[in-house]
Design a binder for this molecule. Structure first.
Ligand code: BGC
Length: 245
């Protein structure tokens, strides 16, 4: 079955048609910048543009950068606060005239890795961590997702961890690869002390540069870059429509 997967982040909104049985993208990826202010009206309009680009009228799975409970956004760290309390599924379904299912963006990316990527057939506990505009996390046990973990917001050195360690912070503070790797290591040590995962998967925009910093990371658990890199969010969002209630 073909589903349009759309990965919405703090900086970009990316879509592609995905075969949800194989986890393969069937079209080129289409990206637009996340509009500013990143409020419901502007983002719904941008989403409509992506759907038009594909001439799509079927099902859509959408990853969204917030805790999502039964289609409703509960948080808004890198998007406009007016999202909080908005039923994203209803708004996007109405805007596009398609059936839209919405899941947290990193839960979506994690689903893709666990079903089609580096976490496939892995038993035990997995933490997927994305380093992008913010930090997102997804927790799995024997392939089952515990949703909306929001562990990018634990407090480290007196601040929100994502403000200390995200890829955005690397850029704005001009951190070199050593400095950034050091901060990621502090964050990973904190995660390991709390969760003792068997496998850590690193994804998100920052994972594009993994050859610069991955060898500097030190963990007790096995650690791997996301297999599907930046496509995981799109593939997992589409796949989510097959397991959503
Ligand atoms: C948000 C999460 C999101 C992550 C990555 C965080 O700031 O709170 O919901 O998954 O950024 O986009």
């Amino acid at each position: 079955m073909e589903v349009l997967g759309i990965d919405i982040g703090g900086s970009g909104m990316k879509g592609a048609v995905v075969n949800v049985e194989t986890g393969k993208m069937l079209s080129e990826r289409y990206r637009v910048s996340t509009p500013q202010p990143a409020n419901p009206q502007n983002m719904a309009e941008a989403l409509r543009g992506i759907v038009r680009h594909f001439g799509w009228s079927g099902q859509i799975g959408c990853g969204f950068p917030a805790a999502i409970l039964h289609g409703v956004a509960k948080t808004a760290a890198n998007i406009d606060d007016s999202w909080i309390g908005t039923n994203v599924e209803k708004l996007f379904s109405k805007t596009t005239n398609c059936l839209v299912k919405v899941i947290n963006d990193v839960d979506a990316a994690g689903l893709a890795e666990v079903h089609f990527g580096v976490g496939k057939n892995v038993r035990g506990s997995i933490i997927m961590i994305t380093l992008g505009t913010g930090i997102g996390t997804a927790l799995f046990i024997d392939g089952m997702l515990y949703p909306n973990t929001e562990l990018g917001h634990i407090i480290m050195n007196g601040m929100d961890a994502e403000h200390y360690t995200s890829n955005e912070t690397r850029k704005t503070q001009n951190l070199d690869w050593d400095e950034w790797a050091q901060r990621i290591n502090e964050y990973l040590a904190y995660m390991e002390a709390l969760f003792w995962p068997d496998l850590i998967i690193i994804g998100g925009g920052g994972s594009k540069y993994h050859e610069h910093f991955f060898h500097k990371l030190k963990t007790q658990a096995e650690i791997k870059p996301a297999h599907l890199l930046n496509e995981a969010g799109i593939i997992g969002s589409a796949f989510y429509t097959t397991v959503a209630h």
